[in-house]
Design a protein around this ligand. Sequence first.
Ligand code: BTN
Length: 275
Amino acid sequence: MVNEPELSEAAVRAELTTAWLGRPYRYVASIDSTNEQMKAWAADPAWPSGTVLLADFQSAGRGRLDRRWDAPPDTALLFSVLLRPGWPVNQGAWLTMLAGLAVVEAIEAITGLPAQLKWPNDVVLASGETGEWHKVCGLLLDATLAPAGDRLESAIVGIGLNVNIPATALPVAATPATSLLVAGGRPVSRRALLPALLERLERHYEAAVAGHSPVGAWAARLITLDRHVVVTSIGQSSSLTGVAEGVDEWGQLLVRDATGALHTVAAGDVTLRGR
Ligand code: BTN
């Protein structure tokens, strides 16, 4: 007899506590990229806001800045959430904030591991002998604008969370990686973690729709703030060094350099350099 996948549609539906997020929920054993598939679905209005597609393996998983996102089969949560917010374009940054908060809270609820956020889109855990911050989850937003170009017609939030990846199979990445297994020392039930995460994402999204900004709660979790940082931005040959003083309403990082000038950074990679 073939074993039922841990995250099969029947198994996850039985655990889901959400009203609309993850309804429908679709599972595939293998795919190129859940975000790529969801882009095709997003163009079809028959797929409602809240649709979730999860794969146990991706052959061409995508990360930010055109990087790859890899995980061995059956060891991670690799999924995409379709939302149809209709918000002004720059409010799209809220979506990755909501997802980051949902991931952090679900990790803490299911594993007890204290999780934090690293600007712009990483979830991190203290891991290894030094207890340094390691990346456990990455978020990738793919958005489509309405024809007038001013509103978000659809938004796909891609979530890659390293759950039971052993230390020897962790990807080598710009930010050192970890998994819940490596950081916590024991395997974690993906079947418990996924519904916990979707429930929190639904709650945070509904609060945002009701007009509550997630920026305060998100910024409170950022390990990046009040630190000396080096920011490498897309398409820029030189990097920016300074102190990360805060974030604005749209999640952009405010960095003060040695001359006292304040820079607003929309996207990039950040290296932390102490306080
Ligand atoms: C990053 O930190 O660079 C973002 C990683 C996002 C990975 C997830 S896994 C599910 C979804 N499908 C993809 O191809 N990418 C996202």
